[in-house]
Ligand binder design. Structure first.
Ligand code: CDP
Length: 209
């Protein structure tokens, strides 16, 4: 059973993945990119020709899929690592992720995964601090200016990012929002390793108090 959980949420391009990986590395803990899971489900939904808005069909499919995120992202054994960040997936993923049946299936997997980690784990996404692990050892909300977030996402247009942010924060089920007790960090002009250091320091203080 996992000895600790660092939960990190934030909008696209806020630095979640880079910072979460660095925190995991500094601590010797594992790391879970939950966005990759929603993206992988979306790849499979489109590959099967389903309508992304068909909640019942998409939800039923999500519940049956075998997903891996490390060392590479795969669905039912098929490597989809190179497909998950294409424009097609950027456009469709927020609709799939708004589906409550899909969320239920992903949250179950995320909790089971964390439970099985021999050491601690760092998990990042949109609902990790609010829904998946509301009792995490440390909760963090990362953000950055819209310009900086678009710059970091050279491969995705500012419009597409804004559309995804809007959909993710206004959906009914598990919208992106800052948990009251989350450590808030604006990463705009900051180096990822330095932000990771601040998070590790905060976790260390918490564990020793
Ligand atoms: O890397 P970026 O922040 O741009 O996106 P991501 O973390 O790969 O997540 C892709 C999409 O998955 C988001 O826009 C959300 O729609 C969805 N997502 C979610 O709903 N809940 C999560 N815990 C993680 C991602």
């Amino acid at each position: 059973m996992s000895v600790g959980i660092v939960a990190i949420d934030g909008p696209a391009g806020s630095g979640k993945s880079t910072v979460a990986r660095a925190v995991a590395e500094q601590l010797g803990w594992s790391f879970l990119d939950t966005g990759a899971m929603y993206r992988a489900v979306t790849v499979e939904v489109l590959a099967r020709g389903l309508d992304v808005r068909d909640e019942a069909a998409v939800g039923a499919l999500a519940a049956t899929l075998t997903l891996t995120t490390t060392p590479r992202v795969s669905v039912n054994g098929r490597d989809v690592q190179d497909e998950i960040r294409t424009d097609t997936i950027n456009v469709a993923v927020s609709t799939v992720a708004a589906n409550p049946l899909v969320r239920q299936a992903m949250v179950e997997r995320q909790r089971a995964w964390a439970h099985d980690q021999p050491r601690g784990t760092v998990v990042e996404g949109r609902d990790i601090t609010t829904v998946v692990f509301p009792d995490a050892t440390l909760k963090v909300y990362l953000t950055a200016s819209a310009e900086e977030r678009a710059r970091r996402r050279g491969d995705e247009s500012a419009r597409s990012i804004a559309r995804r942010d809007e959909a993710d924060s206004t959906r009914v089920t598990s919208p992106l929002r800052q948990a009251n007790d989350a450590l808030f960090i604006d990463t705009t002009a900051r180096d990822a390793d330095e932000v990771a250091g601040e998070i590790v320091q905060c976790l260390t203080n918490r564990l020793s108090s």
